[in-house]
Design a binder for this molecule. Structure first.
Ligand code: PBG
Ligand code: ZN
Length: 322
């Protein structure tokens, strides 16, 4: 026997020497939920360790995170007025717009702020597009989604991240931003977003569950992967700067395929359900939290993710798990 793969596994040093996959603190983006009001830091029950923050508390928390290198965040606005036409999504006083202005004043270019652009938390029916005769209407939704992206860009978002899965939204947003001289604001597209039960805890956190029906007429069917390539190609053509795959853990094959067909950076979203499952199993003592979190993160990187959006980010950087 000449070939002995175990030679390269003997000590930690040699294992590190030959490891193919590296993780870096610069790869991580941390999601935040911001709510109206003052002095709120309310734990989200379905997502242990994650809270709703009012703006004042958010600023404090970000300041602490920055010390550990948490300098890229994904912002969600919760607790807005809900209407049939989602008009509060792009209102001058929306919580996200207000937050963006404050974050820019306080942190400037030291903080990179991506905003989730979707109307489900702003509609009475909870769908990611406008309803017309009971079904989600693509083209009229593009208008509202573009206006929401514009409001965020004008308030200083570094990038906007459309998560609605309407056809043509990346192109519509790009056109709207460019017309308004916001050519520098990037688009991180939720290109390949599957209709998934892994969003369960988030919908409680964001109060964005559809009242009736599900999201299967716009989010992707998890039985398909060739369609994912088509979605990614379209977004690239329409001007996306970063392509995202979501969820991440059950979709490593998709991350790998998108990485192969595109030269754009590929992000993956390690979503709420994936997070809460790990937290629940860890708190029951069934798994070691640090070990299992890092195994998951390396899996994303090994599959080809350049960027990882994860609720574990704060723990990973603050506790030095890298
Ligand atoms: C809004 C949106 C959702 C998530 C991100 N943006 C929920 C959904 O589409 O139902 C999920 C994030 C997570 O589960 O962590 N469209
Ligand atoms: Zn939505």
């Amino acid at each position: 026997m000449y070939a002995r793969p175990r030679r390269l596994r003997r000590t930690q040093i040699i294992r590190n020497l030959v490891s193919e996959t590296k993780l870096d603190k610069d790869m991580f983006i941390y999601p935040y939920f911001v709510i109206p009001g003052k002095h709120f830091k309310e734990p989200i029950e379905s997502m242990p360790g994650i809270s709703h923050f009012s703006l004042d508390e958010l600023l404090k928390d970000i300041e602490v995170g920055l010390k550990f290198g948490v300098n890229k965040i994904l912002l969600f606005g919760v607790g807005n007025e809900k209407t049939e036409d989602a008009s509060s999504a792009y209102a001058e006083k929306s919580i996200v717009v207000e937050t963006l202005k404050e974050l820019n004043d306080k942190f400037g270019d030291n903080l990179f702020v991506v905003t989730d652009v979707c109307i489900c938390a702003y509609t009475t029916h909870g769908h990611c597009g406008l309803l017309k005769e009971g079904s989600v209407d693509n083209d009229s939704s593009l208008q509202v989604i573009s206006q929401m992206a514009l409001a965020h860009a004008e308030a200083g978002a570094s990038m906007v991240a459309p998560s609605d899965m309407m056809d043509g939204r990346v192109g519509a947003i790009r056109e709207t931003l460019d017309k308004n001289n916001l050519t520098e604001t990037g688009i991180m597209s939720y290109s390949v977003k599957y209709a998934s039960s892994y969003y369960g805890p988030f919908r409680e956190a964001a109060d964005s569950s559809p009242g009736k029906g599900d999201r299967k007429s716009y989010q992707m069917d998890f039985r398909n992967s060739r369609e994912a390539l088509r979605e990614a190609e379209l977004d690239e053509e329409e001007g996306a700067d970063i392509l995202m795959v979501k969820p991440a853990l059950a979709y490593l094959d998709i991350i790998k395929e998108i990485k192969q067909i595109s030269t754009l950076p590929v992000a993956c979203y390690n979503v709420s359900g994936e997070y809460s499952m790990v937290k629940a199993a860890a708190s029951a003592g069934f798994v070691d939290e640090k070990e299992i979190v890092m195994e998951n993160m390396y899996a994303f990187s090994r599959a080809g993710a350049d960027i990882i959006i994860s609720y574990h980010t704060r723990d990973i950087l603050e506790k030095g798990w890298l």
